[in-house]
Design a protein around this ligand. Structure first.
Ligand SMILES: [Zn+2]
Length: 304
């Protein structure tokens, strides 16, 4: 029975990643941070479960058992967790730790690029009209002492009509205002810890673009924004660069979503809150059951 509770966070992770696609399609703006926060919660709950399963193995090390004051021979039988599950838990923890280190250093490198971008920009207005190498339209996230900036390529601006320019600027402003770069870092770290969430990187990348597109559509209209997205993508493919933060592979999805009627997805995006909650419940119940087991083991050993 404990095993079922231990497996609940992993099952919730799979369901979370599987439902994310449809939720982003129906409710992109709300899903950006719900995916990020839900992903962290699900990842922490899954690692807690792995640690609880691994603990059954660790608790059978004679030194640990003597320090804890329980009988090594009784641990496996009382814990109600198969040895294979404990081994898997241990392996998962080690792999997750290594992956988190790699992902953290990658995140540090990415944010150093942001620091360098801020250093290269003169203090001034939020929107910088310049010729840029990093992309034709770049939202440079805010850092302490440095407000967020929008850097736009003159050549791209020249290729757009005034309403389309407004859409591009509104799109980039939404990236800054809703802290999309920070949410993406959170997602990358969660996926590193919990590979069951691996599809989340792609889905979240689409979510931030769709969320920014929706804001741009609110400032202008859906057709103008769709045209701006398509034109910017065309400009990017000619210029061999990224525009609006994403390559052309998702451009069709974004344009299609803008040309379709927006769908109400409030009920679906609630799943992104319910599934992490289920994962937490699984880890908490498994932890509580394991605590009871070890209290009993210590009690038996103390009574003898
Ligand atoms: Zn973008």
């Amino acid at each position: 029975m404990t095993l079922l509770w231990l497996l609940l966070p992993a099952l919730a992770s799979v369901a979370f990643a599987r439902s994310a696609d449809r939720i982003v399609a129906s409710d992109p703006r709300r899903s950006v941070w719900r995916l990020a926060v839900g992903g962290v919660v699900v990842a922490i709950a899954t690692m807690t479960s792995a640690a609880i399963a691994a603990w059954v193995l660790v608790a059978q090390i004679p030194l640990v058992a003597s320090l804890g004051g329980w009988d090594v021979g009784r641990v496996q039988g009382s814990a109600d967790v198969p040895v294979v599950a404990s081994i898997v838990g241990l392996v998962v923890l080690v792999v997750a730790g290594a992956r988190l280190l790699v992902a953290s250093s990658r995140a540090v490198r990415e944010w150093r690029v942001v620091v360098d971008l801020h250093r290269s920009l003169q203090p001034g207005p939020r929107i910088v009209d310049a010729s840029v190498d990093a992309g034709a339209a770049v939202a440079v996230p805010a850092l302490p002492g440095h407000p967020g900036r929008i850097v736009l390529d003159r050549a791209l601006l020249g290729a757009l009509e005034p309403a389309e320019r407004t859409a591009v600027i509104a799109h980039e402003a939404e990236h800054l205002d809703a802290r999309h770069a920070q949410a993406s870092t959170v997602v990358a770290l969660s996926v590193a810890v919990n590979p069951l969430l691996c599809s989340l990187v792609r889905i979240h990348a689409l979510a931030v673009e769709r969320a920014a597109d929706e804001q741009a559509a609110e400032r202008t209209d859906r057709r103008t924004t769709a045209r701006a997205v398509a034109r910017a993508a065309l400009y990017a493919s000619t210029a061999q660069r990224l525009v609006l933060g994403i390559g052309s592979s998702v451009t069709a999805t974004r344009v299609e979503a803008l040309l379709a009627e927006p769908t109400g997805g409030r009920r679906r995006s609630t799943l992104l809150l319910i599934l992490p909650l289920l994962a937490v419940v699984g880890a908490l119940v498994a932890g509580a059951r394991m605590e009871l087991v070890f209290e009993a083991l210590m009690h038996v050993a103390g009574a003898r």
